[in-house]
Ligand binder design. Sequence first.
Ligand code: B1M
Length: 214
Amino acid sequence: MTNDILTQLTQVLQTGDATAVSDLTKLAIDQSIGTKIILDDGLIAGMNIVGERFKKHEIFLPDLLFSAKAFYAGLEHLKPLLLKEKIASPGKVVIGTVQGDQHDIGKNLVGIMLEGAGFEVVDLGKDVSPEQFVDAAVETNADVIGMSALLTTTMPVMKKVIDLATERKIKDQFKYIVGGAPLSDKFAKEIGADAYCFDTVSAVECVKGFVKGK
Ligand code: B1M
């Protein structure tokens, strides 16, 4: 039964049917399938298939957009549950998708999971400039700056953020985490970030570690 619902969820997500994704997500919750399982094995799994099909030119940009909207229709139901599993862990994270990049699904998930872990999250949205990142971190007295990029062409903006903080002689006031499918540990080291986070779980672990160490 669990697998049936999750398989259907990945399928309707691929068709971009937001109503069906919303209904199936609610059904999965009603059936007591774990929140994280619905997220990972339903919504994210479906989105990964969409990505593969896009890569093979089996589907096109409008299809991606419909699937992304459908993803949010499901996520809407999961968000309060993710937040409910809150564990107190004080610290503030400024998060955003870097300039030139419109991909915000992964960043939003990381933000939700950080909030779920008890952190205060200042979400700057997408297409965020280096100045916006650094200014917001200063204004909010953040502990961590979290940057997301899904395009190889926007990855270099992450270095610009760290360079700007260095120029202003405030680099060490913050820790820097970076995430997104095209990134790697090597890239994070090269640009001077403190950590590359593969997924939401590693992002939460990293931030917890940094805040504890302060
Ligand atoms: Co685009 N897109 N897209 N896209 N898109 C990709 C990224 C791509 C890999 C597709 C492909 O070719 N297979 C490709 C990038 C190629 C590259 O540069 N290497 C691509 C392209 C080319 C483009 C356009 C250029 C297409 C065009 O116009 N010709 C264009 C660019 C627009 C722009 O940004 N300027 C474009 C547009 C779009 C849409 C707007 C249609 C839509 C985004 C909608 C939105 O986000 N609101 C979209 C989508 C949906 C995708 C795919 C299919 C899915 C991305 C996604 O949301 N995944 C994607 C293919 C793929 O990745 N399979 C693709 C689900 C999400 C949960 O995973 O974002 O990886 P992800 O996040 C993960 C981890 O990476 C990590 O945790 C998350 C949870 O596990 N993580 C972090 C992410 N950020 C983190 C931050 C952290 C820590 C961890 O700390 C701060």
